[in-house]
Design a protein around this ligand. Structure first.
Ligand code: HEC
Ligand code: HEC
Ligand code: HEC
Ligand code: HEC
Length: 185
């Protein structure tokens, strides 16, 4: 009797866990991915910090392409992976929105963007419009993320096969794209 009650409880817990995972996978993230080109419309003026251009000059914008390099193929081969550009195990950190259901990827979304704005600032489907963006309370409520060290460490961690440590200050300086008009905000 005791055993069957225990069995029932374990079975129920497993079922509950399974349906929780399944519904998260079915619904995906709360907001849709719109792609870096959308952000470029308003975030590429030199006087305001040219965020889009700075990102295209950073390695993040090439993180999808990097998975086609000889080095990437070697790293993948050591794990029994033939094509890293097709492997979830690599794409999950090298491409924004990888694994999100099609309904959460708009027509401007491109895997080729690699680690795009939305990897750090959150999917923009509900915050990119001007009336929302210009009001920080509204934009953050609609999913805008002001990234912290924890945001970076979702990818810059020991699960990365080439990981050699992560110095938040030094690494942030390399990708900085502040708006000079908002200095001292
Ligand atoms: C229609 C124009 C427009 C689009 C498109 C747009 N933004 Fe903005 N964004 C603004 C304006 C206006 C502000 C407020 C002034 C500022 O901080 O530059 C802003 C502010 C921000 C801020 C700073 C928020 C704060 O309170 O410090 C971030 C980060 C940001 N946008 C990221 C993005 C990302 C990522 C995308 C694409 C998914 C995007 N924006 C698309 C207009 C836009
Ligand atoms: C947990 C996140 C994560 C996973 C999973 C991941 N990477 Fe990366 N990858 C990174 C980060 C972050 C960097 C940059 C810093 C570093 O090396 O840790 C990087 C850098 C690289 C580089 C160096 C690129 C260059 O420009 O020098 C290669 C090659 C690479 N990854 C290949 C792969 C392959 C192949 C896989 C799958 C087997 C993979 N990565 C899985 C996060 C990840
Ligand atoms: C690797 C992560 C990362 C990526 C990719 C990234 N950002 Fe940011 N962004 C940050 C961080 C960190 C800050 C500073 C947050 C703060 O000051 O609190 C920031 C700040 C900003 C700001 C506010 C600047 C200011 O001084 O007010 C804007 C606007 C912005 N990002 C837009 C973009 C756009 C547009 C893209 C893509 C073209 C992008 N970011 C890509 C991490 C990222
Ligand atoms: C979605 C995963 C992801 C997030 C989040 C992320 N990164 Fe990265 N980052 C990568 C990958 C992948 C690479 C390697 C790209 C390549 O080499 O092609 C990388 C490379 C870099 C590089 C270039 C390293 C070099 O050797 O020049 C810097 C700097 C960097 N990241 C800083 C940051 C900072 C700071 C944050 C947080 C504000 C951050 N990253 C958030 C995935 C991520």
């Amino acid at each position: 009797m005791r055993q069957s009650v225990l069995g029932f409880c374990l079975g129920f817990a497993a079922l509950a866990a399974f349906s929780a995972v399944r519904s998260a996978a079915a619904n995906g993230p709360a907001h849709a991915y719109v792609g870096a080109e959308k952000c470029k419309m308003c975030h590429n003026a030199a006087a305001k910090g040219a965020q889009f251009t700075k990102w295209t000059e950073s390695k993040h914008s090439k993180a999808h392409a990097a998975l086609a390099s000889e080095e990437a193929k070697k790293v993948a081969a050591a794990k029994g992976i033939a094509d890293p550009q097709k492997a979830d195990e690599c794409l999950r950190c090298h491409v924004s929105g990888h694994g999100a259901p099609a309904a959460k990827l708009t027509d401007k979304y491109k895997a080729q963007d690699g680690v795009s704005c939305e990897s750090c600032h959150g999917p923009g489907g509900d915050y990119w419009k001007m009336d929302v963006m210009k009001d920080r309370a509204k934009s953050t409520a609609a999913g805008l993320v002001l990234p912290t060290e924890e945001t970076c460490k979702r990818c810059h961690n020991a699960d990365s096969p080439t990981f050699k440590g992560f110095d938040f200050q030094a690494m942030s300086a390399k990708i900085a794209h502040p708006n000079p008009q908002k200095a001292g905000k």
